[in-house]
Design a protein around this ligand. Sequence first.
Ligand code: TYD
Ligand code: MG
Length: 454
Amino acid sequence: MAKSKSVFFCKECGYESAKWMGQCPGCREWNTFTEEPVTVSAAKRSDSGLSRKAPAEPLPVSRITENEGVRIKTGIGELDRVLGGGVVPGALVLIGGDPGIGKSTLLMQACAKIAETGRELLYISGEESLSQLKLRAVRLGPMEDSLKFMCETDLEAIENTISRIKPSCVVIDSIQTMNSSEITSSPGSVSQVRESTNILLRIAKTLNISVFIVGHVTKEGTVAGPRVLEHMVDTVLYFEGDRHASYRILRAVKNRFGSTNEIGVFEMRENGLIEVENASAYMLEGRPEGASGSVVTCLIEGTRPILLEIQALIVRTSFGMPRRQAAGADYNRVNLIMAVLERRTGLKLSDCDAYVNLTGGIRLQEPALDLCMAMAIISGFKNRPVDPGIVAFGEVGLSGEVRSVSQAEVRVREAARLGFTTCIVPKSNADKLKGITDIKIIGVSSLEECASLM
Ligand code: TYD
Ligand code: MG
């Protein structure tokens, strides 16, 4: 029997409560509860995703068949890498990101590639009409007929179509537009998004179909962000980047079938996204020559080293209170490095404005960034350029010591590969890098020592 009631949901984490609360006990956010009517039939409520009808038979490990070999390669190397080597059949993958970042484009390209292997695919859009989909498809190039498109928002209808066609992959674009008639609240509301994901989870697991779900991220407003769904799906990918710059970064924040360290780098072009394999060269494009306050560092993202330029602009403050700004880097880390520099090297930074920028709009917070940031600040303060052939990395401690970082050799080799001539590294790392001869390695043990080189 259906019963009608009203429930309160936290917009941030999906916490459910019978009464309104000022602070969510789940995520401790304030003012996030919204009231939503829910009508759920008693039979449906107990069905939490996986089908409970046929009890599963317990198996010893020797009788469990491995699924590893059957991962479906999407044919887009950067996407496969982030997924952990392709998408696992029956996996539910959520791709979140700001509107216009390229989620639909990425998934349509992946579908087109998978369709080339002869698999059946279904792309379901609740946002665009068929003719709009066609416009995008034409930009992306020819596509196989085994990739089918459909505009639909009703999940019961979608479920019927999927069980009839039985494609190997389904794309749902986007989860915020889907609605299930079991629930009375409007599409995009927390309960609706949750129920829709539940239905998709059931489809994925029972029919062994990989389902990609697109989710929009909104800071505020009534639309439930994908954070509500993160616990329900197998893999959560975020597609990010500056909308106005052309590169995009795909990052896994949760992955039941692979590592969450990998990133994929793409560039948005006229005819779709292309993979950027040589991310370092890409990030260093357009580097100013002979400018002060610019130093290159090497960070590790997943298993890949990436060279990045850090810029620091240091000017005397014109107001009582110095301004500090960090783009891409951690604001507090910038303040900390400046405090350490002031105390340990005697630079008078406390009455200076500082603007620190990781170029390319990338956001990274590895401690190995510290040394390079310190050098950029010193160079910016003294208005003296650093040799453009230098790459620096190392963690800086509160007493100004330079501490070792992981995978120093990988970083140094990447710098050498891109034609840099000198690496400034922590002393403890330098001692283990004696074998490398194609690039000059300078080990430093403190910030004072590093400042004296400049
Ligand atoms: P889209 O995939 O629609 O973004 P999302 O689904 O995340 O909202 O991509 C939208 C942007 O990408 C839009 O501004 C146009 C641009 N774009 C290109 O630059 N080249 C292309 O080939 C395509 C298809 C889109
Ligand atoms: Mg879209």
